[in-house]
Design a protein around this ligand. Structure first.
Ligand SMILES: Nc1ncnc2c1ncn2[C@@H]1O[C@H](COP(=O)(O)OP(=O)(O)O)[C@@H](O)[C@H]1O
Ligand SMILES: [Mg+2]
Length: 544
């Protein structure tokens, strides 16, 4: 059955004024009934403006009362200010943008849910992400290629529903598409529950990498990253850095040659095995080296100059918390392709990898996120066809390691993620950047995002910042941000036809909740078999 867009019962007023994309409608009514359902003119509702040449679609951005005096008596007029967002191509299919402006006197209609649904048809190119919040608003669709082909920022106060929203979006994508490649950098170990390893409901496979099982071999780090781990930012750094690099390059050479590389193509960054212990021993030896001089032995060029560096290297090397970096000790090392398959599903064996970073020492979190970002980027870069399993990287709590003003140790991470922000699209790698403090996240990263999913946001500085990121006519929506309900989001960007407020589908299953239930905990007390010794044991072993 053909959908009728101009329901005469839903006509609510006529155009008074047209000023660019802003159209003012003088309303006879602010609500209309059709087939027993009441439709209201509300902020954010879609209206249809039937102009002689074209059916235009607008969203309500303000509703005003105006008193005028008519022959001595004062009369109230109701003005509905709308923003034009698109038109109906051939009278049926929504298209973004303004082709023609309406004429004064054109009729304004409210739209039925059926009309809205048929206007935004779902296709094999779209995913259904939730219900539009406006009454009778229908289901909201996002365009898959525009959602994943761009970077997406998911912003909102803690507890607003960011993690659930991300889980919901990705579950929907995985349900539809059998060969996704999604990598979660999970800072709070909360996503495992949302994506079980054998995800039966969706028939997909997920790899969980627990903190204790994480392996990023030290030799997969490039020189800059290794340096960031050990070299202090004190004055002596410059020539120390040169030495550091020479030694690493020499150590990489034999494995590089064994892997069939010409000497000229082996660099300090080539990802081939070297023994960290040997590296450490070389530096130790130089720190105490004596050389032959004119009058017998004298101190070598590095004598005593590497003590701090050696000490830092030793302390990391011996710290069990760093086992994930230094555990690969047998030459020729784990195969690099296996490392990458494990971390990113490089071999396509799983549709998602969740890397639990919650156990990582906080001082290296930022470097490791940078390393993981770079490895993912380079893999896609060297896998020359970007369409071969494009990769989505989910960065949770981004303000922690992608701060606006980074110090030197955070620079490593920022450089790498900013590179993905700027160039990732070309190579088939995109990011979901999740943060509760958008005003503190690198501007370079956020400004490269083509889609915004904004949940409740209460901090005024963050609201002001988000207002700048979103199109002007969403100002109304931004005003609503502090009042959004949990799980409600304003969607804006290339993936949606028109920015809308959406109640995001509840994920099934959902992420582990971080909300601690005090009422329950303090009501029930400890179980009878509880023992603090168990906690202490876990603490010492560092396994949760
Ligand atoms: N779409 C949703 N549907 C129903 N409940 C939700 C939804 N999103 C969030 N919630 C509720 O809000 C809580 C916090 O959500 P969460 O995603 O962990 O917030 P954030 O990541 O922003 O801190 C969840 O534990 C859940 O109870
Ligand atoms: Mg969260």
């Amino acid at each position: 059955m053909a959908i009728k867009f101009h329901q005469s019962e839903l006509k609510f007023g006529s155009v008074r004024e047209v000023d660019g994309a802003s159209v003012t409608i003088l309303a006879d009514e602010l609500s209309r009934k059709h087939s027993g359902v009441e439709y209201a003119v509300e902020l954010g509702s879609f209206v249809l403006i039937a102009s002689p040449q074209s059916d235009l679609i607008a969203t309500v951005s303000a509703i005003r009362m105006q008193e005028i005096s008519d022959k001595g008596t004062s009369v109230e007029r109701r003005l509905v200010v709308c923003t034009l967002v698109g038109f109906l191509r051939d009278g049926v299919k929504f298209e973004r943008g303004i082709e023609r402006y309406p004429t004064v006197g054109s009729a304004g209609y409210l739209m039925t849910a059926d009309a809205l649904d048929s206007m935004f048809t779902s296709t094999d190119q779209t995913l259904e992400v939730g219900e539009r919040c406006q009454r009778g608003g229908g289901k909201e669709q996002v365009l898959i290629d525009k959602m994943f082909g761009r970077h997406t920022a998911v912003l909102g106060t803690s507890g607003a529903g960011k993690s659930w929203t991300v889980a919901s979006l990705l579950q929907t994508a995985m349900e539809r598409l059998p060969h996704t490649r999604i990598v979660f950098l999970d800072l709070h170990d909360e996503y495992r529950t949302a994506f079980p390893e054998a995800f039966k409901r969706l028939g997909r496979k997920v790899r969980h990498i627990a903190s204790a099982d994480l392996r990023i071999p030290h030799w997969a780090l490039n020189a800059e990253e290794l340096e960031a781990l050990f070299v202090s930012r004190e004055s002596t750094a410059a020539n120390q850095s040169a030495l550091f690099r020479t030694v690493i390059k020499d150590l990489r050479r034999p494995t590089g040659q064994a892997a069939g590389l010409a000497d000229s193509s082996i660099s300090v960054d080539t990802p081939v095995y070297f023994s960290f212990e040997e590296f450490l021993n070389t530096m130790r030896a130089m720190d105490i080296e004596m050389v032959a001089g004119a009058k017998g032995e004298k101190q070598g060029p590095w004598y005593g100059k590497l003590s701090n560096l050696v000490m830092r290297m030793e302390s990391r090397f011996e710290d069990p918390r760093y086992h994930f970096l230094f555990g690969d000790t047998t030459p020729p090392g784990t195969r690099f392709e296996d490392v990458l398959s494990n971390l990113f599903g490089a071999d396509g064996s799983v549709q998602m990898t969740i890397i639990d970073l919650s156990g990582l020492p906080s001082e290296v979190l930022s470097i490791i996120v940078g390393v993981l970002g770079r490895l993912a980027f380079e893999y896609k870069y060297w896998d020359t066809d970007p369409n071969l399993l494009p990769l989505t990287l989910v960065l949770e709590e981004a303000h922690n390691y992608l701060p606006r003003s980074a110090d030197a140790s955070q620079r490593v991470c920022l450089d790498r993620i900013e590179r993905i922000a700027k160039e990732g699209r070309k190579y088939g790698i995109n990011m979901f950047v999740v943060s509760q403090r958008p005003s503190e996240v690198s501007e370079t990263v956020l400004s490269q995002c083509g889609n915004f999913v904004v949940l409740r946001l209460t901090n005024p500085a963050d609201q002001a910042y988000v207002r700048r990121l979103l199109p002007d006519f969403l100002a109304v929506a931004v005003d609503m941000l502090p009042y959004l309900r949990t799980g409600e989001a304003v969607l804006s960007g290339e993936a949606v036809e028109v920015p809308t407020r959406v109640r995001v589908t509840t994920p099934d299953p959902h992420p582990r909740s971080n909300d601690v239930r005090y009422r329950d905990g303090w009501s029930t007390g400890l179980p009878s078999d509880y023992s603090p010794a168990v906690v202490v044991n876990r603490w010492r072993k560092r396994t949760r």
